[in-house]
Structure formats: structure tokens, C-alpha cells
Ligand binder design. Structure first.
Ligand SMILES: CC(C)(COP(=O)(O)OP(=O)(O)OC[C@H]1O[C@@H](n2cnc3c(N)ncnc32)[C@H](O)[C@@H]1OP(=O)(O)O)[C@@H](O)C(=O)NCCC(=O)NCCS
Length: 182
């Protein structure tokens, strides 16, 4: 059975491993090998989310392994890891007018298509709603797009993030209302 809890600093090493495997394996079929290599520049661990208490770990209680991870944020940074310094903006968002960010979703390849991503999305949306946010957005990878569409998100804009060696990474900004309009 899948269980969930908030990530702690003790999880960081294991989370990095899950992310590396998800990035390398689960983007196949969506990106070329060069694009997957380049995507490391704009993906990966954001320790701010762990420090903020907005990052979830999903575990499989049968074999005591991390099945996936993902989180949300009340800060302006839309995507990227600790190393993506040009993408970072820790300014707090205004829940009345801004969209909460859905961030850093990764499923271990052994657990793909078993509902880990969908479970994290529900946890994130509930937490963002409880914090007063009326909308959520993310910068989706092409690998993430089917999950987000399945969760009701629609595209806002297509972008090409510049990666190393001139290889651009295709991304899609997507969003969804968290509350019904009155
Ligand atoms: C995106 C990602 C987190 C999805 O994780 P997941 O745990 O496999 O997703 P789920 O099992 O919850 O999928 C829920 C639904 O999303 C859709 N979906 C998810 N992955 C899909 C895929 N590869 N192809 C088509 N539809 C997919 C399906 O509708 C699925 O429901 P179904 O399995 O009943 O058909 C995972 O593929 C991943 O880690 N990718 C690499 C890292 C990445 O790009 N993360 C997103 C950053 S924005």
C-alpha cells in the first residue's frame, strides 16, 4: 500500500536517487537522449520545498522504498532545482491572486503508472487550497503533461528552456482552478 508523509532533510540522498532515475527513464519516449541530458539543468531537488514542509514522500509499506515524491509551493519559483539559480525567486505568493506552484514530481520507474503521481497531486492541491490558493500552476515536462491533463490541468503556454550545449528542453506551463467560481 502507498503511504505518504512530508519529506525531511534525512530523505535528501534517497530523493536525489529517485529523481535521477525518473529523469533518465520516464522521459524516454517524450524526449531525445540529448534533451533528457539537458533536462537535468532545469529539473531536480529543490531543498526549499523540504525546508518549507511542502514536499511529500510516497512510500510503499511492503518493501519500505520511496515510490515517488512531489510537492507544492507558496513561493514564486515555478520550476527548477537548487542548481537552477536563474529560475529561483523565493518571494511569497498572494493566495488571493497568484497560483500555487506544483513542484518537482518524480516517480521511481519501478512504481510508474501505479497512481503515485495522482496521489501527490491530490495531496498538493488539498494543501494549497487549505492555504487559501484558488488556482495551481506548474511548468510541465512532456513526461508530466499526461498526468497533469488527467488531473484537469490545461496548457497556458509552450516554452523551450535553454539547456547546456544549445539543447533546448520543451516545457508547458499548465494550470487549473482549485475552487469553483462563485
Ligand atoms: C510524471 C510522472 C511523475 C507521473 O508519475 P506516475 O506515478 O507514473 O503517474 P500516475 O500513475 O499517477 O498516472 C496517473 C495518470 O496520468 C496519466 N499518465 C501518467 N503517465 C503517463 C504516461 N507515461 N503516458 C500516458 N499517460 C500517463 C494517465 O492518465 C494515468 O492514469 P492511468 O495509469 O490510470 O492511465 C512520472 O512519469 C515521472 O517521474 N516522470 C519523469 C519526471 C518528470 O518529468 N516529472 C514531471 C516534472 S513537471
Amino acid at each position: 500500500m502507498l503511504t505518504h508523509r512530508l519529506a525531511t532533510p534525512d530523505d535528501l540522498e534517497a530523493l536525489r536517487d529517485v529523481m535521477a532515475q525518473a529523469i533518465a527513464e520516464l522521459q524516454k519516449g517524450f524526449l531525445t537522449a540529448e534533451q533528457i541530458a539537458a533536462s537535468n539543468a532545469v529539473m531536480g531537488l529543490d531543498t526549499q520545498l523540504v525546508a518549507d514542509g511542502t514536499y511529500f514522500v510516497i512510500e510503499d509499506d511492503e518493501d519500505d522504498r520511496i515510490a515517488g515524491c512531489g510537492g507544492w509551493s507558496y513561493r514564486a519559483t515555478l520550476y527548477g532545482g537548487d542548481h537552477s539559480s536563474d529560475l529561483r525567486d523565493p518571494a511569497p505568493l498572494d493566495p488571493a491572486v497568484d497560483a500555487a506552484r506544483i513542484r518537482a514530481m518524480y516517480t521511481h520507474p519501478d512504481f510508474a503508472r501505479r497512481g503515485v503521481g495522482r496521489l501527490i497531486m491530490t495531496l498538493c492541491e488539498n494543501a494549497a487550497r487549505a492555504a487559501g490558493f484558488r488556482r495551481a500552476e506548474m511548468m510541465a515536462t512532456l513526461s508530466g503533461e499526461p498526468l497533469y491533463r488527467a488531473c484537469g490541468y490545461t496548457p497556458i503556454e509552450h516554452v523551450a528552456a535553454p539547456g547546456p550545449d544549445g539543447v533546448a528542453v520543451p516545457l508547458i506551463r499548465m494550470g487549473k482552478p482549485l475552487v469553483e467560481r462563485a
